[in-house]
Write a protein that binds this ligand. Structure first.
Ligand code: FAD
Length: 562
């Protein structure tokens, strides 16, 4: 059996290695048009920021390793330029010589990835404007920073006294995770960074309130974030610097521009081969990664996947799914019955010491689909026991089915412990767990790592309390429809208060029940929701129609931006 794999990075390289582990006899040819195979494109922003100092650290494996360890005929600088599904051949071009050859295959695997979106805007090809997709891209950016414009020449290495350091300005176009990672890393290199995002929020897989939370956090760290404005074009000034102009008429000076506008599946070869393309422009595959041609598989950023939660076809360009799909394709080629479960879009991004992570469906998607069978909770647990030094709050939003408690999605932001909580929830979602399962989850605990009631248990307890009717809930958008009862201490009100809310501190509540109406819903507020829950339990047991305002004042701060 001869297997040709097109693309030698995340999906291609994983598929080649897995296939060899399963089948010693297969003849495997892996072609990669770029100069490297199996490199860590996820590390590129950190290489630009000098966190990963050496380019060689990004090269996870090389051609030689694939040949010697895996007996894979691995060719870099080799581009697949055509497929003939009838003859079962691939046309290959040597990138340096231009020589074209034809190779037969029994099975073909496409893992060509995705191309960066590059709209035909005026001036987009000017020097100083970069994308970040490959090792050479990162190298060019680093070289530009170090000696790109005459104005900046040598400043990185300047070692004498410098009373006035020239401002280096970078504009990042696109507020997705790659754009934000680049923004932070350019700040590390001394740039004043502006991120311009056309949507109304950064990190669009988050719900808007979490997008705003991230935007405010970036602002605190000195990143200028502009939303609701698209880039209209680029121009070069007399001193060689750039000006980025936007659709709203604003303009931003820049010494460096990064284009991070997202990616589009690379379907050039698939289209040539007449393979079915899905509604979002990615290669259509089944659960076993077969394309519409039974001898051609496709994996990674180039394919459309089923959203695990909603069942919709979607494009999700992430390394984890690409690697898993590649293993599945290899399994199936080797005769195993593996199947891809779909993608939840589980992601995390590190920003200035904090983490932002999400998994599964967000509220925007559920609303777009007209799905009303869901409830959400906001909670702010500590990352570990509050009495142990270093505990940090995690802002969490968990979305679940109202009808059966099944988990649908989660988002979290915080400076500690975000990764493991979203990781736990991602696995729980994949296993079809409910909020009742979260209540019972047995997780690692000692004070430096968590709490006896871990944030995951806590999320389950709150959500299950809502579903069992122990904790009727309301959200800030409807909170003022009821009688607002604030059970915080008076001192807390001095910091922030809600107009028209009646204050009865929790400790006085039982003695002052006669001040509360029996003919209206009572919406109970505290700082995070915890005291409001206790108060609500008291009120319910005294016959009041009480509801906790989810997430209390902490949610108010993110849901009602000033
Ligand atoms: P790729 O890894 O892009 O590999 C495709 C390869 O195919 C390319 O090298 C290309 O040169 C080659 N190719 C294309 N056409 C041909 C052809 N005709 N002939 C020969 N070769 C061809 N994901 C995460 O999950 N977490 C992260 O933190 C993260 N960070 C990222 C940061 C950056 C800067 C980038 C660019 C991506 C990041 N990703 C991250 C996304 C992740 O890298 C991709 O989802 C993953 O690499 C996709 O794997 P793939 O095999 O589909 O494509």
């Amino acid at each position: 059996m001869k297997v040709i794999i097109v693309g030698g990075v995340a999906g291609g390289a994983s598929c080649a290695a897995r296939l060899r582990r399963l089948d010693e006899q297969a003849e495997i040819l892996m072609v990669e048009r770029g100069p490297y195979v199996s490199y860590a494109n996820c590390g590129l922003p950190y290489h630009v920021g000098n966190v990963i100092e050496h380019e060689s650290d990004l090269l996870v494996a090389n051609e030689e390793l694939f040949r010697r360890h895996f007996a894979v005929d691995c060719r870099t600088g080799c581009e697949a330029i055509g497929i003939s599904p009838q003859d079962k051949t691939v046309e290959l071009r040597d990138v340096s010589t231009g020589e074209v050859s034809t190779e037969p295959y029994d099975t073909l695997v496409l893992s060509p990835g995705a191309a960066s979106v590059r709209p035909p805007l005026p001036g987009i090809d000017l020097p100083g404007i970069f994308q970040v997709r490959t090792v050479p891209d990162a190298r060019e950016i680093r070289e530009w920073i170090e000696r790109g414009s005459s104005f900046l020449a040598g400043m990185e290495k300047y070692s004498g006294f410098q009373t006035v350091r020239p401002a280096m300005r970078a504009v990042v176009v696109g507020g997705g995770f790659i754009g934000l990672e680049m923004g932070e890393n350019l700040m590390r290199r001394g740039f004043d960074v502006t991120v311009i995002e056309m949507a109304d929020q950064v990190l669009t897989p988050l719900d808007p309130e979490y997008g705003r939370l991230v935007q405010d956090f970036l602002g605190l760290h000195g990143v200028h974030v502009v939303v609701n404005d698209g880039v209209a074009g680029f121009a070069q000034s007399d001193d060689d610097s750039l000006t980025v102009s936007t659709q709203s008429g604003a303009s931003y000076p820049a010494d460096l521009v990064i284009l991070a506008l997202g990616v589009r599946p690379d379907t050039t070869l698939a289209k040539m081969a007449g393979i079915e393309i899905g509604e979002h422009g990615g290669i259509r595959v089944d659960e076993q990664m077969h394309t519409s041609d039974p001898d051609i598989f496709a994996v990674g950023d180039a394919v459309e996947v089923r959203d695990f939660v909603t069942g919709e076809w979607s494009l999700i360009a992430l390394a984890g799914p690409a690697n898993r799909q590649a293993r599945i394709a290899a399994d199936v080629i080797a005769g195993r019955d593996s199947r891809f479960r779909g993608t939840q879009g589980t992601s995390i991004v590190e920003l200035f010491g904090a983490a932002v992570a999400w998994t599964g469906a967000n509220e925007k998607t559920l609303n777009r689909l007209g799905d009303t069978d869901y409830e959400k909770i906001y909670l702010y647990p500590n990352s570990h026991a509050g009495y142990y030094p270093g505990a940090k709050p995690i802002a969490m939003k968990v979305i679940f089915r109202k009808s059966d408690g099944r988990l649908l999605g989660a988002q979290a932001v915080g400076e500690d412990g975000v990764d493991k909580r979203i990781g736990d929830l991602a696995l729980a979602i994949q296993l079809g767990a409910t909020v009742y399962d979260l209540e019972e989850a047995e997780l690692c605990y000692s004070p430096p790592f968590g709490s006896a009631k871990d944030p995951i248990n806590f999320a389950g307890m709150v959500a299950a309390g809502v579903l069992r009717g122990d904790m009727p809930l309301c959200h800030w958008d409807s909170a003022s429809d009821g009688f607002l009862l604030d059970v915080r201490e008076k001192a807390e009100l001095a910091v922030e208060h809600v107009p028209k809310a009646v204050n009865i501190p929790m400790g006085e509540l039982r003695a002052r029940l006669d001040e509360l109406p029996r003919d209206r819903e009572i919406h109970v507020i505290c700082r995070s929701g915890q005291r409001a829950y206790t108060a609500t339990r008291v009120l319910l047991q005294h016959g009041f129609d009480a509801h906790v305002v989810s997430g209390g004042m902490l949610s108010h701060a993110i849901l009602s931006p000033s």
